[in-house]
Write a protein that binds this ligand. Structure first.
Ligand code: C2E
Ligand code: CA
Ligand code: CA
Length: 618
């Protein structure tokens, strides 16, 4: 007998080594089954103690009850109202035997499907870890059973084996919790999110899988002005709100670090459904938060994307949600955006530009087109504005809006700008050498980074010199926003450019207004009325009021004035009626290739498609 008990203990020890948190029940059940057989009992169970809850929790049982009621009365048993058999498992340290006792009601009834057995006996071996009782291993015999001291010793040994395993699983759980959760907020971390999405996106799983990417707008300001503790508190409250707001929806919440959260509904979810949830989270996070006695409000940008299992990878899906959130941020934040294929195309183009722009500048894939500037009274061609294009091998002719911004963000704007200025001066001086356009002005757009770069004015001077062009035949166009952003740097560079003798125009004038107060003190020659005000002239009274104000301003400061984007006869005639005669626009001419521009300059004027002699009455 003693020998065979040793064998039992050893076998339990060996088999328990295989237990991990994930498979615990599956490994433990057959061990319980063996013990039931070995000890000739009817039921065996393993329970663990939750001392916070002051309760005993069922972990595994054998035999498994064929019908488990819901809620299961045996799942959680509070020590306070437990019968003595369970109560001893709260703090008991040694195996105990109860016999014969009236049946422990519920347990018996559940096992027997309500029949009940009048008497049963039980041996309970507490699991002890250090000086804490962490659970109990119980054996029930319907009817009476005697337990020898050798058996009780074996139970004690087996109990301590289970206690060790339980402690190990608990430590593993804690480690896993730490590995999967974010310290600050207690929500999942990036690793757990990726693991979850990998599982969800496996082929054959239900889809689509939705991802909501939330990014708190300008949280940095909270950190900067109120300190990191306040910033942390803000993030904690945000996480809590996400939890509350998704409580009914069953979602995984993860924090990616910083002020970024991701919410994944745990069941299949369409983009439209996800957007509804996103709107709700957006509203919840936008509410004020009390931090350090101050009521803070931060808006949040939300990007929504859905992916199909088997088709999209985790990184596809997260990237899409990220793109959507970037779009939300780009348009000022505080918004919900759903990912579209269009966004994907823009991003693909952007990546393409990033990869190839450098070599494109070096190769000859860039070309200049020229937009004529015309006197609307006579049709005389006054100037040619160089507009850069990229002859892309697969995407066709690309317009500057799709690559200038990228060039700026990867520090290529300076190089691109030098190429444009150089090429424009080359072509222009070639025309001049052939006697074409001696009085015309070459207009070149300058990007903000170029303007504030050291030595820009010197470089302009060198190029003019190289091509023998006088300063007054070249006009650099600078956007209004730049001038305002760094007024001091702009002032210095503009003054230097004036020394060189080039003309300076403020492009897109009217979109900022903010440069107005500086107009008098900046060495500017010309204002170009932004095309957004010109397009609807003739039908929009509001635009007309603005254009009239700009015209008055130019007259007051003695500045030249050019209208951009003249597309309709009504716009042309309205401008002319208010004494703005210089203009560009598709009505007059679309941008032309170099050779066509040269021909037009040689001709000297365009055929006007309207008469400005008698402007339409308004
Ligand atoms: P911008 O300086 O305001 O240039 C005028 C833009 O308006 C050109 O577009 C031109 O094709 C377009 N446009 C002209 N007439 C009309 C019209 O009647 N209706 C409409 N809807 N549009 C008209 P593009 O060539 O796409 O250039 C866009 C912007 O890219 C330019 O705006 C300029 O800011 C920038 N850009 C162009 N070339 C260069 C360059 O070489 N260097 C830099 N830094 N920026 C450039
Ligand atoms: Ca321009
Ligand atoms: Ca413009």
């Amino acid at each position: 007998m003693a020998r065979s008990l040793d064998v039992v203990v050893t076998s339990v020890a060996t088999r328990l080594m295989a237990v991990e948190a994930a498979n615990a029940v599956a490994v433990i059940q057959p061990i319980l089954a063996d013990l039931v057989e070995h000890f000739h009992v009817d039921v065996s169970f393993l329970r663990s103690n939750d001392h916070d809850l002051k309760a005993s929790i069922l972990v595994a049982e054998w035999p498994v009850r064929p019908v488990v009621p819901d809620p299961d009365p045996l799942k959680v048993i509070y020590f306070a109202d437990a019968d003595p058999v369970f109560a001893i498992s709260e703090h008991g340290k040694k195996p105990q035997v109860f016999r014969p006792e009236p049946a422990t009601g519920e347990y018996q009834q559940t096992i027997e499907g309500g029949g009940g057995v009048p008497h049963s006996s039980m041996a309970a071996a507490p699991l002890v870890s250090g000086d804490v009782t962490t659970g109990v291993l119980g054996f029930v015999k319907f009817g009476d059973r005697e337990w020898s001291s050798a058996e009780l010793n074996a139970l004690e040994a087996i109990g301590s084996l289970f206690a060790q395993v339980q402690a190990r699983i608990k430590a593993e759980d804690q480690l896993r919790y730490l590995a999967e959760h974010d310290d600050l907020t207690g929500v999942y971390n990036r690793r757990a999110l990726v693991a979850h999405l990998e599982d969800r996106l496996a082929a054959g799983r239900p889809g689509p899988v939705a991802v909501l990417f939330l990014d708190l707008d300008r949280l940095k300001a909270v950190n900067d002005y109120l300190g990191h503790t306040a910033g942390d508190e803000f993030i904690r409250v945000s996480a809590q709100r996400l939890r509350e707001e998704t409580a009914s929806a069953d979602c995984l919440i993860a924090r990616l670090g910083g002020d970024e959260f991701v919410v994944v509904p745990r069941t299949a979810c369409s983009a439209a459904e996800a957007e509804v949830l996103a709107d709700r989270l957006h509203a919840a996070l936008s509410e004020r938060v009390a931090v350090d006695g101050e009521m803070l409000a931060r808006t949040v940008s939300v990007g929504v994307a859905v992916g199909d299992p088997g088709r999209h990878s985790v990184s596809d899906l997260l990237r899409r949600a990220d793109q959507a959130v970037l779009e939300a941020k780009d348009t000022g934040g505080n918004a919900v955006r759903v990912f579209t294929e269009n966004m994907a195309m823009r991003t693909a183009l952007r990546n393409d530009v990033e990869l190839h722009l450098q070599s494109v500048i070096e190769s000859d894939a860039l070309v200049l087109h020229y937009l004529p500037e015309v006197d609307m009274r006579t049709g005389e061609v006054l100037a040619a504005e160089a507009l850069v294009r990229w002859q892309h091998p697969t995407r066709g002719l690309l317009f500057p809006d799709s690559f200038i911004g990228v060039a700026e963000s990867i520090n290529l704007a300076g190089e691109l700008g030098r190429w444009v200025l150089r090429r424009a001066c080359t072509e222009f001086s070639d025309w001049r050498a052939r006697g074409v356009g001696p009085d015309a002005v070459l207009r070149v757009n300058v990007s903000p980074v170029q303007l504030v770069a050291d030595g820009f004015a010197d470089r302009v001077a060198e190029i003019l010199d190289e091509f023998g062009l006088s300063g007054d035949s070249v006009c650099l166009e600078i956007t209004e926003s730049l001038v305002v952003q760094d007024i001091d740097a702009a002032r210095v560079t503009l003054a230097a450019l004036k020394e060189v003798g080039v003309q300076i125009a403020i492009d897109d004038f009217g979109t900022g207004y903010s440069v107005l107060s500086h107009l008098k003190s900046l060495p500017v020659d010309t204002l170009k009325i932004d095309r957004s005000f010109v397009r609807d002239l003739g039908s929009s009274a509001g635009d007309l009021a603005i254009v009239r104000a700009i015209i008055a301003l130019a007259e007051a400061f003695g500045l030249g004035l050019v209208a951009e984007g003249v597309e309709t006869v009504a716009a042309a005639q309205t401008l002319a009626a208010h004494r703005c005669y210089r203009a560009q626009g598709y009505l007059l001419s679309v941008p032309l290739e170099g050779m066509a521009m040269e021909r037009l300059l040689a001709q000297g004027h365009i055929e006007l498609p309207f008469s400005t002699a008698e402007p339409l009455p308004r």
